[in-house]
Design a protein around this ligand. Sequence first.
Ligand code: AMP
Ligand code: GLY
Length: 423
Amino acid sequence: MRVLIVGGGGREHAIALSVAKSSRADKIYCAPGNAGISEVAECVAIGAMEFDKLTEFAVANKIDFCIVGMDDPLVGGLVDKMEAVGIRTFGPRKNAAILEGSKAFSKDLMKKYGIPTASYENFDDYDKALAYLEKADMPIVLKADGLALGKGVLICNNLEEAKAGARQIMLDKKFGEAGSRMVIEEFMTGREVSVLSFTDGKTIRIMTSAQDHKRAGDGDTGLNTGGMGTFSPSPFYTEEVDKFCKEHIYQATVDAMRSEGREFKGVIFFGLMLTPKGPRVLEYNARFGDPEAQVVLPRMKNDILDVMEACVDGHLDDVELEFEDNAAVCVVLASDGYPVKYEKGKEIKGLEAFKGKSDMFCFHAGTKLEGGKVLTNGGRVLGITAKGANLKAARAKAYEATELIDFDGKYMRHDIGKAIDEA
Ligand code: AMP
Ligand code: GLY
């Protein structure tokens, strides 16, 4: 099988490694890929949003199966474009990717089908939003409707902050057109869990759980980022939580999308909060999490191409997912100053220590190859993942492995997975 993966971050590196393990993969391309991905796939210099170039490439290179890893091309309709030129593609079509592409859509869907989530109102008028805020309980949560690189959510502690936030989102357009509409949502408390799933539009299969660390600094301080590290499984994802979510959230979401004429094939990522009143959906994503994929996929025993094909062809009911009975921890090595301002182009040393290892991995997020050297090329640079018999062992090994890598301005959190001590 000739496979094309679209994207170029740590998640796509994890997907590429899984595809490379499949005996069915004869040739793997990745657009645009990165320095790490180029070890297992041929990287092609086409951006993930260059749809015409991507479809032309896929046809010219007789691609049998395309996997779209990133949210922007999914929401923009790349799957539809690929299908239109006869390329079988894993991921939701545009009309289903709206589950991630519009928070107002996903909130309305949950309300209509009784899927547990925070109470909310949608607004496309700034004055009406302000009037609502005047009467609302604080703290309160404001969300730009569209994609905003995971940054379009503001938690406001008082009315003043909320008014300023609404202005930033709706008038100043801090998150661009994503802020033309805004969701105002009840503030909830509890632990967060990420649950990834495969679905063929009818059947849903749940992967092992994970937890992300979104804030930049130790102890969950500092700005929100794309994710500074993950661990899997989450000890807080108990059998009771699993049972509740299976009864009220997972299948209900797939069925709701089908009822709306928006059959969803691909990965649904459930961002859950375990509140005192029970699990609630914080958000949906239409793709693997990054860096959740980096701790979930290395633990999956199935051939990823078999599972993805079953999603596209509609026979996921034939597939049972299997995960290793162990744990994994991923520590992100970022460039100092991320997510605000940071330098690029620093040489990365120590990468060879990870070659050929089956229990530790160095996933590339923002790197590039130049003159035979691997250089930093983004805020999140690498994701160092280790597997262990349990979370503590995996965490110790992952942090040990971070010492093998060196580059100017290397920054990481030191408490990834620390929450497990309280479990
Ligand atoms: P989202 O992009 O919707 O997942 O939101 C980003 C982060 O904001 C989440 O991971 C939570 O930490 C926080 N958040 C979102 N919605 C709420 C809410 N209703 N109550 C409390 N925190 C929230
Ligand atoms: N790590 C969170 C996300 O991928 O959206």
